[in-house]
Ligand binder design. Structure first.
Ligand code: AMP
Ligand code: MG
Length: 518
């Protein structure tokens, strides 16, 4: 174990690529550059709010106790082996080309080697302006930092690919935000998260170079990405093989989000990891009531582009943008198109496998696809609490009659069902019970399968909202409880949180909908 101060950082990205080494933090376009040096801007007083012990152990880093070490987490101290930089990337936002974006408030300190020999990047989010901050301040507020810290770790414990968070610190400074975009800005406590990932490269890094017709840089970035993060891919057609794998991983990620009811909220191409991992936690949410049209992002309300049920289609659209960026490097462009078209097959194969597990099936039979469809349509119509519904499904008595079925699931409903809805619901559950009865594995085995695929604890937005409000008043009890619960999402140890979203939270800002202001 080593202290934060004694980490010997590597500068592999900055030594390999062209960047702007001036350290100038004024906003600007940086053609020809893959990054710009950005020394974090010091804050008033760094204090530790949360530390990820398991991740720290994997990295071989001791929990900081000295101010010297804490200062690294708040950007107040840069050690000699660091080369702090902001990456230059572009993106499609809400379906439109947005040009250069870049890390406006994320600063990578360098790479380090973990205890098992992996290379990871350490990055501060909210550490002050960079060349890519445009008109914004490069800062992050406590509310959004708590959300990123908790949710990225929660996704890890759910078993879903994600960037990680090592620490959360308060900065002692206030940050001005207009949370509701209604002309009433307010001061909020500032905070910084230290994020960790093998790389934070996004589709947008590739799009930037393609848009600028920097084909040499594009080729170099693709070669770097393949050799470092997809080292098993070699040979003549490695770009196509690699793109196929990015397509597969992204499709799988979408099915994983669907499995747990996660809605990202801002699936712009600059928020799509090249590793197929979840990245950039903003106005995300779990669905409470099962609603494919639900979007947690107030900015997304007009079109619901990033709604729960649209995520798989949007991911494909984003992959098409990536394919477009890679096209200049590929002679036979049809191959890119073909790889993209295979997205649907990867998606459905993964989705059916996951649904089989969620429902506790012994195997996938041809007729099961119909069952999945019938269940999905029912959930859409009845809109029960997704998490509670699946938990109750695990315990369903297979011989229950109609009344017993309704009684069994009553805790999952947000509304009183009409006679017609009741009939549909009971019919679907009865069909399901018959299918389970035909399993070749025993019920206990089937239930175990379901327990592993269906989270019992999810970080609901209203819980996060309460934890943040209390934290802002100096009470960390709920925040600490959530940190424990998120580590065991499949266990029944945290059943105090196994409750529907309360009525007061249904339309309250921060509890179901969020703005991008963070
Ligand atoms: P997002 O939609 O949060 O992923 O952000 C889109 C772009 O805005 C990225 O380039 C971010 O770095 C940038 N950005 C968001 N918030 C800030 C901020 N407070 N200061 C500077 N840049 C920001
Ligand atoms: Mg982003």
């Amino acid at each position: 174990m080593q202290s934060l101060s004694s980490i010997e950082f590597k500068k592999e990205f900055t030594e390999h690529f062209d960047g702007d080494d001036s350290g100038d933090l004024r906003p600007r376009q940086t053609p020809g550059m893959l990054y710009s040096k950005a020394i974090p801007t010091p804050v008033k007083q760094v204090s530790l709010l949360a530390w990820s012990h398991e991740l720290a152990a994997e990295l071989g880093i001791e929990q900081p106790t000295q101010q010297d070490d804490l200062d690294i987490l708040g950007g107040n101290r840069v050690t000699p082996s660091m080369y702090p930089y902001a990456a230059c990337y572009a993106g499609h936002q809400f379906g439109n080309w947005a040009g250069q974006l870049g890390d406006g408030r994320a600063i990578t300190l360098g790479e380090m080697t973990t205890t098992n020999g992996r290379s990871v990047e350490l990055q501060l989010k909210g550490a002050g302006p960079t060349a890519y901050s445009r008109r914004a301040d490069g800062r992050a507020v406590l509310r959004s930092s708590v959300r990123e810290y908790l949710m990225s770790e929660a996704m890890h414990y759910l078993g879903i690919p994600t960037t990680r968070a090592l620490s959360l610190v308060k900065t002692g400074d206030l940050v001005m935000r207009d949370m509701f975009y209604d002309g009433n800005p307010d001061n909020e406590p500032g905070a910084i998260v230290m994020r960790v990932a093998p790389t934070f490269l996004r589709f947008g890094n590739f799009e930037m170079l393609a848009a600028r017709k920097e084909i040499g840089n594009l080729q170099k970035l693709v070669d770097w990405t393949i050799s470092r993060y997809y080292p098993h891919i070699t040979g003549e057609d490695k770009i196509i093989q690699w793109f196929i794998e990015v397509v597969q991983r992204t499709a799988r990620l979408m099915t994983e989000w669907l499995r747990v009811g996660f809605v990202h909220g801002v699936m712009n191409t600059d928020n799509m990891s090249i590793l197929g991992a979840t990245i950039d936690y903003g106005p995300y949410s779990f669905v409470d009531d099962y609603d494919p049209a639900f979007t947690p992002n107030t900015t997304d309300l007009p079109g619901r582009r990033y709604a729960f049920g649209r995520q798989p289609a949007i991911a494909k659209w984003n992959l098409a943008c990536l394919a477009g960026a890679l096209a200049p490097l590929v002679e036979d462009k049809d191959q890119l198109g073909k790889a993209l078209e295979e997205y649907d097959d990867h998606y459905w194969a993964s989705h059916y496998m996951i649904m089989g597990k969620k429902l506790g099936l012994d195997e996938l039979r041809e007729t099961d696809v119909k069952l999945f469809d019938v269940i999905e349509k029912m959930l859409r119509a009845i809109k029960p609490d997704m998490t509670i519904f699946y938990q109750l499904l695990i315990e369903l008595p297979l011989d229950a009659d109609g009344d017993q079925v309704m009684q069994h699931f009553s805790e999952s409903f947000y509304k009183t069902l009409s006679a017609e809805e009741t009939e549909t619901f009971v019919a679907v559950i009865t069909t399901y019970a018959e299918r389970i009865a035909s399993n070749k594995i025993d019920r206990a085995q089937s239930q175990e399968r379901m327990r592993q695929a269906n989270p019992r604890f999810i970080l609901r937005n209203y819980l996060l909202h309460q934890a943040i409000e209390e934290l802002e008043k100096g009470d960390a009890k709920l925040f600490e409880k959530l940190q424990q619960a998120m580590k065991e999402p499949y266990s029944n140890k945290h059943d105090e949180f196994l409750k529907k979203r309360p009525t007061w939270a249904s339309n309250k800002a921060g509890c179901s909908m969020l703005s991008c202001s963070s």
